[in-house]
Design a binder for this molecule. Sequence first.
Ligand code: ADP
Ligand code: MG
Length: 618
Amino acid sequence: MPDIIQLLPDHVANQIAAGEVVQRPASVVKELLENSIDAGATNIKVIIKEAGKNLIQVIDNGKGMTDTDARLSFERHATSKIRKAEDLFDLHTKGFRGEALASIAAISQVELKTKKEDSELGTHIRIEGSEVISQEKVSASNGTSIAVKNLFFNIPARRNFLKSNTIETRHIVNEFQRVALAHPGIAFSMYHNDSDVYNLLESNLRQRIVTVFGKKTNEKLVPINENTDVVEISGFVAKPEFAKKKRGEQFFFVNDRFIKNSYLNHAVTSAFESLLPQGSYPSYFLYLTVPPKSIDINIHPTKTEVKFEDEKTIYAILRSTIKHSLGQYNVAPILDFERQSSFDTPYEFKRKPVDTPQIQVDPDFNPFKTEKSTTLKSASTSSSSHSHYTPKFNTESWEGLYAGLETQKISIEQPTAPDTLFNEEQSGETHGSKTYQIHNKYIVSSIKSGIVYINQHLAHQRVLYEEFLQNITVKDAMSQQLLFPLDISFNKSDIVLIKDILDDLISVGFDFGDFTEDRVNIIGIPVNTSESQIVIILEQLLEDIKNDVPDSSYSQHDVMAKSLAKSLAIKTGTHLDLKEQQKLVDELFSCKEPDTSPFGKKTFITVTLNDIDKQFNR
Ligand code: ADP
Ligand code: MG
């Protein structure tokens, strides 16, 4: 029998290795940036064309390479960073595998120019799919420039697998931000399709964070500093009132390397404890320095996971340091995250004239509730707060104690309040005709088989979600033109993102005037929104798009529709008049999928007559 095992040719082995190292253009950006940093560069420029699909070029002023090194750098396992296995346990560089350039060269067309300071001429090498096309001496400036063209040109399946430009650009910006935040002392710039996205000068950490995330960030930051034998911690956390509704700006760096670590993330979150409104996430930029020997960064091929020798101690130190700093900066008062209902969209769409309600109904009427009196209610309407504080020891409150009972009695018989559960039954009508709101939260309606309880917030999310999705795909949304256009400032990468999703924004009803590099001029907004909400809506939308990194244009539309629906849905606590209630119920049940919110929560529950009967026959 003949032997059948063969060694894979290098270019095949490199292509296979490339699969691990290079998932997408952003991976190339990361590897090239890290090489430039390892080469001691103080100024690094990134040039991107078509989300990195056509070109990724990184130019540095680092130490450059000799002729031979330049050629060798593309060989697999060629590295200048470790020499023996022990070096792995004392790493001071980002790279060490010697795989990146070989992998990148296996799946793209690479052009390298490099020169060392003490050489007169530099080297120019062109490689396509691992094959050296040319190598010559050229005049060049000190440092290295690597241009990676047509990524995956020789693996069409992988190239087709790349996501939309918006998504790939987002990944690139994420990598760029991580590296830039880890090295505030290095100047970075980034250009995408010839417009400049970032121009970060050499600075301190605080300035770097602020230039990356926008001027508004400055006031949010609380400094963190702690030195122990096990770990040095520095950086910032954002004050709790600036917590994000989505896990957004959370950065850990260990020895200047961005890492993800859910255990340490938990330490931070728990340090905030009760300071955070429910369902929100703290922003943080935390820099841990530990002895290189005490960590293992080898466990993940793309090196974003790190194993610590003494994770428990670091957890404890991190938590108490942040707690202490939050206390010291006295960040106690927290804004109420639930916006007041007066800011919320009136449910009636603006394009329709708003009728004055004909019937006066006590919005808070509830036959089963006793603690709140009519007296107190009228007293509290003069204040805008929703608090139900009961003043003690005055006669009013004594009256209050009984008032509930009275209300109950009166209301049942009250002819002016026909919309109670009790006379629904006689009307014998199905949903849509008679509704009733309880606790400014649920809408109750009678149906043939019993009663349905609708969660107004979740139901409205469903209605808006389907409407937005329809608008984005059919592109027929109405826009209300603003008399006074809004001028809103964003950071540069957000402006790039807005431009990327411009078509979709227009299709849901936004209309834009001029863009500058950090401001947008908004001249029209979707019909069912109000001006005061626009900043919040857009910020939330950008955040959602960044976080969800959708994997197709459909899912990007989906993220958008969900985000807008979430921001705009009537909130719990909003009083709805009868018409609004009925409109919501009708719209909900004309939805394609009325049962659940866009996030999968139940929009309503039904209690059948049978269920009720059973309760009485127990
Ligand atoms: P690694 O970074 O793991 O060593 P790479 O394949 O990324 O492996 O790079 C191979 C070698 O090429 C590096 O060890 C370094 O000596 C050299 N090199 C790569 N990029 C640069 C650069 N921008 N400037 C100087 N030398 C570089
Ligand atoms: Mg490298």
